[in-house]
Design a protein around this ligand. Structure first.
Ligand code: SAH
Length: 402
């Protein structure tokens, strides 16, 4: 095994059990490790620190598998996978949904690996050289530990590029067509979430097919939507829209720039036998439409703002902050007195603290007083390690304006 000697002082983050080593922390390598291969991390005084996967082309040069001096092999990963699955079983998510996150990368001690379960299909995302190196072993273990037979791979996230990896999409184990014989629609099938059904497109849906992280936040919207005129911005395939209608909203106007997403949003409303006459879909740019609505003095009882990631890393934080301020300021202006703003950020580069400050600034500039009703984060199947706060990318606030 190759050893990676760190510069003096650069062992500190590892001693706090943070799992990343940046390229600038590396003093010397005794040999060039293969991409994703396991290396031993040593302090500048040659003390053992951790075993890690090596990413030759990434700024994050190594990610820790273990802080113990133990073999990293199939049995090692079996323990990690078993522990992650066991933790999810204790959460009893299956009482609410047949779709959940089984493995959440660093948070479950397997950096680079995301595994979501949709019914009897596992969707795997391998994001780093390390998870790619072990992918076949991890796939075998996932089937052995879940008793399932199908894994679909959605390793098409942009971050793979930083690791020098090409996108990969396709069936990794088993077959999807066996699940829906003859339908020709093997990639689209419904999942259940809090008694509502949603069609998920495994092949082209965002992330692994859908946004499982917002599960309980969608329920919060359902609870508040009764008799309200709701505006759902960045609605995608209707996660919040369907919940608002199910919660008794008087009307829901859903905006997205993607015609395909809006089409699936409408299908999801029909799938749940909700009143389509209470729904309007609008294709376009949220930033422009909110301005237009402001100029037309339109107003709503509830506004949902769930935009795409504006800041993937802290380097984009400033530009992202302007984007969040802009839409939230407009959101506040379009709310009736006593209305609710349900606002979210999935930007890793924006902390919950900063997000709340941005929203406070937006309210101030909009001239409204608002109180926080719910402080939200990702659902419990996306746990966050205390030593790896980067895992807490999703934050949300439900605010009631005076
Ligand atoms: N709220 C959704 C997830 C939103 S994902 C859910 O709970 O499932 C972000 C969505 O924003 C995508 O569907 C994307 O098409 C859309 N989008 C991105 N930029 C946009 C813009 N400027 N105007 C409108 N929609 C946009």
């Amino acid at each position: 095994m190759a050893t990676v000697l760190l510069k003096p002082g650069r062992e500190k983050s590892l001693l706090r059990r943070h799992p990343w080593i940046f390229s600038g922390a590396v003093q010397q390598l005794d040999e060039e490790p293969v991409s994703g291969g396991t290396v031993e991390l040593l302090s500048s005084t040659r003390e053992f620190l951790a075993r890690a996967s090596y990413s030759p082309s990434s700024q994050i040069r190594a990610r820790v598998w273990t802080f113990e001096d133990e073999p990293v092999d199939k049995e090692f990963f079996r323990k990690r996978i078993r522990s992650a699955i066991d933790a999810r079983q204790r959460l009893k998510i299956e009482h609410h949904s047949n779709a959940s996150r089984l493995i959440y990368a660093e948070s479950d001690g397997i950096p680079g690996l995301i595994v979501d379960r949709y019914g009897n299909v596992l969707v795997l995302q391998s994001l780093t050289a390390g998870s790619e190196f072990w992918k076949e072993t991890l796939a075998d273990l996932l089937l052995e530990e879940t008793g399932l037979s199908t894994i679909y791979e959605r390793s098409d996230a942009d971050v793979r590029e930083l690791e020098g990896l090409e996108p990969k999409v396709g069936t990794l184990r088993g077959s999807l067509s066996s699940l829906r014989p003859g339908s020709g629609q093997a990639f689209v099938f419904p999942i259940t979430e809090h008694s509502l059904e949603f069609k998920i497109n495994l092949q082209s849906g965002h992330k692994t097919g859908s946004y499982l992280d917002q599960r309980k936040n969608r329920l919060r919207v359902r609870e508040l939507a009764q008799d309200k005129d709701v505006l759902d911005c960045f609605c995608y395939t209707g996660g919040f829209t369907v919940n608002a209608l199910a919660g008794g909203a008087k009307s829901v106007l859903s905006i997205d720039s993607s015609a395909d997403a809006l089409a699936l949003c409408k299908e999801n409303i029909a799938l749940n036998s909700l009143d389509e006459t209470r729904h309007t879909a609008l294709e376009g740019d949220v930033f422009q439409i909110l301005r237009k609505f402001r100029d037309e003095n339109r107003s709503f009882d509830m506004i949902i703002l769930d935009p795409p990631k504006f800041a993937p890393t802290a380097a984009f934080a400033e530009k992202a902050a302007r984007g969040y301020k802009d839409i939230n300021l407009l959101g506040f202006k379009l709310l009736k007195p006593g209305g609710f703003l349900c606002t979210y950020s999935c930007s890793g580069g924006i902390s919950a603290d900063l997000f709340q400050k941005i929203i406070a600034g937006a309210a101030l500039d909009a001239g409204v007083d608002a109180q926080i009703v719910h402080q939200l984060h990702a659902s419990a199947d996306h746990p966050v390690l205390l030593s790896f706060p980067e895992g807490a990318y999703l934050k949300g606030l439900v605010l009631r304006v005076a």
